[in-house]
Design a protein around this ligand. Structure first.
Ligand SMILES: Nc1ncnc2c1ncn2[C@@H]1O[C@H](COP(=O)(O)OP(=O)(O)OP(=O)(O)O)[C@@H](O)[C@H]1O
Ligand SMILES: [Mg+2]
Length: 173
């Protein structure tokens, strides 16, 4: 059912990329299994004894917004860095404020070569400058992509396929 090749899924499940603090970027259209893959890998990482933290890009922006002053924002980032894998889900779905773009940059910068970032996006990182100010996008993508595995998902939305096949709901009695 998944559009992600089984060998890729198996290779990712070894979690070698986590051991090496490399990143994983899953990008593709809506409904093609990006979040599903990150959930499965996140669970595998927890089962293997790693700490995993999970944010949507929106949550991450909101968290750092709550810690407006620089020193408390730094503390929040340090707390995030206690995790071995930092998942950032759902980039490219909603408009990104400059504050949220800065939050993403700060986390990517803090994690660079120290922690794994696993990110899902509807847009390839090369296009992040369409979502956020170019300077922040460039600095973020540069760090993110340096040691990153890229998985592209494609095909039709699994949600739409199930809905049109009548498998989205159980018939009412
Ligand atoms: N390998 C799979 N096996 C079974 N169901 C799957 C699989 N991959 C995805 N799904 C299901 O398909 C639906 C869509 O998957 P998911 O939410 O991961 O897509 P997405 O690419 O993250 O979409 P979006 O960009 O809109 O967030 C979900 O209900 C999910 O449980
Ligand atoms: Mg998703």
């Amino acid at each position: 059912m998944s559009s992600i090749p089984a060998p890729t899924q198996r290779a990712l499940r070894t979690l070698e990329w986590v051991t090496r603090a490399e990143n994983l970027i899953v990008c593709g259209p809506s409904g093609t299994g990006k979040t599903h893959l990150l959930e499965a890998l996140g669970q595998a990482a927890v089962d293997a004894g790693n700490k995993v933290t999970w944010f949507s890009l929106e949550n991450l922006g909101a968290l750092l917004r709550r810690h407006g002053a620089d020193d408390t924002a730094s503390k929040a980032i340090r707390r995030i860095m206690r995790a071995d894998v930092i998942v950032i889900d759902d980039i490219g779905l909603l408009p990104v404020t400059t504050e949220t773009a800065e939050a993403l940059y700060r986390v990517v910068d803090a994690a660079y070569e120290k922690r794994s970032i696993a990110l899902s996006s509807n847009l390839h990182p090369a296009g992040f400058d369409e979502l956020m100010p170019k300077t922040i996008a460039n600095a973020t993508v540069d760090r993110l992509m340096h040691h990153a595995h890229i998985v592209l998902t494609d095909g039709d939305s699994i949600r739409l396929t199930q809905a049109t096949a009548g498998k989205g709901v159980t018939p009412l009695a």
